[in-house]
Every structure is written in C-alpha cells, then in structure tokens.
Design a protein around this ligand. Structure first.
Ligand code: 13P
Length: 255
C-alpha cells in the first residue's frame, strides 16, 4: 500500500503572527518545488493562522495549514475556545488533537480527544491524533497497552472510511524536546501496534490506509532512519520545524 508521506511542523507557542508569516515564506523558499511528493503541513498558534494562511494563498503554496487544537462545538458560550468553523474559514486543512502538552497542561483526556476528532471530521478538517507514553510507562513495559488504549478511546465511533483517513502521531513523551529518541525499530513496533488497533476496530483496509507519524526530537540527522520504517509514514516535528532549513531537510528526507 502506497501511503503518501506527511511531514507536519508543530510551532507550539513560539511564533507571533509576524514571525509565522516570515517562517512559512522561508520554508517555501527552502523547499522550492521539491514539495510535491510529500504532504507538508505547518501548524502555527491560533493567532498566526490568518497571516500564514494569507501567505499560502498569495504565494500559491501547496502546503497544508493546521491548528494545534480545536473545541468540539461550532459556537456558543465557551470563552477562549476556537471552533472548527473558525479554522475552516481561515482555510485550515488539518488540526492536531490530543498533544501530550495539552493532556498535561490543559486537562485533555481520551474522551475530549474523541469529541474533537469527531468535530474535526464533521468540519472537513484532517485530525492528527497524538498518543504516546511517559518514560515510567515505557520502563514498566506497558507502552503498547497504553498507546492501544489511548487510540481505542480517542478514535472510537468513526466509520471505516474516516478511520482510513486518520493520521495518528506517535510521540513518546520522554522523546519530546529532549534529544532522546526510541530506536526506529521500536518506534515502528508501536506504529504497527497502532495500525493493528485501527485494524481491529475498523478492518484491514482502514488500517492499511491510515497514516502513522513519528514525533519526538526529529531532526534532519535522524529523520531518514524513521522514514525507512515500514509503518512510519512521516513525522510531527516540534523544535526543528522552527528553522526553515532544518524543516525542509526533514521534508526532503521523506521524499
Ligand atoms: P520536538 O520535535 O521538539 O521534540 O517536539 C515534538 C512534538 O511535540 C511535536 O508535536
């Protein structure tokens, strides 16, 4: 099965609107026309989405635009929240859901992740659903069971067609921003377990079609190793996505 590689940059809470507009232009310049084989997505903070969207439109870039979170209601008295239709209005195509930083600092649970995944699909946004274990869970030998359970709850209640369009990012928490990574083989083992979970829930065709990204200290120097693994279909990149050249090098490693 030929799955298209996807490299997404999660800019977290680093870029102002102005900085984001410059960064996306720099990335586009670095990538030139080498974009086409790989799906590239940038995910600025909410306040930067409009500026980045404008650059993408005016410069006719093919890159996707993602938010880092979304609320599950379309509108209402939810102070501080952003709805799916607010994102699609700004031509967002993707949304990261359930990042471990949102689970840790903002009370995100598998249940809220599930509501957001459904809301994203309803709005035509491509969810990038995050999962991953702590170091303690890994050292206890419980990684597979933990990640399988996050996925089982987080993406429950879809239909097989939606499940096939899922993107799941496997991000071991201990690898995020630390410079430490699992071996590519061990990351692939978890990616395979994620695919098997989707297979058990929605059938083999959905499992073959859905994409699994690896995230956690992905750099130009190690990206190719992860991309060489059969169940890894790309990367969700944090720190290295804030540097246009590093991000473009990671994209090129996926070609
Ligand atoms: P780093 O690439 O900085 O480790 O961050 C990974 C991440 O959390 C992407 O969502």
């Amino acid at each position: 099965m030929d799955r298209r590689m996807l490299v997404a940059g999660n800019w977290k809470m680093y870029t102002t609107s102005g900085e984001g507009a410059v960064l996306v232009q720099d990335i586009a310049e670095e990538l030139d026309d080498s974009l086409s084989g790989v799906e590239v997505v940038v995910c600025p903070p909410f306040t930067g989405i409009k500026a980045v969207s404008t650059v993408i439109e005016l410069d006719h870039l093919t890159m996707g635009l993602g938010a880092q979170d979304v609320f599950w209601e379309q509108e209402g008295p939810f102070t501080g929240a952003i709805s799916p239709r607010m994102l699609t209005e700004l031509r967002c195509t993707h949304v990261i859901i359930g990042h471990s930083e949102r689970r840790e600092h903002f009370g995100e649970t598998d249940e809220t992740v599930n509501k957001k995944v459904h809301a994203a699909f309803r709005a035509g946004l491509q969810p990038i659903v995050c999962c991953g274990e702590t170091l303690a869970t890994r050292e206890a030998g419980n990684t597979d069971a933990f990640v399988r359970s996050q996925i089982t709850s987080g993406v429950a209640g879809l239909d097989a067609e939606q499940a096939g369009r899922l993107v799941v990012a496997y991000e071991p928490i201990w690898a995020i921003g630390t410079g430490r990574t699992p071996t590519p083989e061990s990351a692939n083992d978890v990616a395979r377990a994620i695919r098997a979970t989707i297979g058990a829930m929605y059938g083999p065709p959905a499992a073959m079609q859905m994409r699994v990204l690896y995230g956690g200290s992905v750099k130009p120097e190690n990206a190719k190793m992860f991309f060489g693994e059969p169940d890894i279909d790309g990367a969700l990149v944090g720190g290295a996505s804030l540097d246009a050249k590093s991000f473009a090098d990671i994209v090129r490693a996926a070609l």
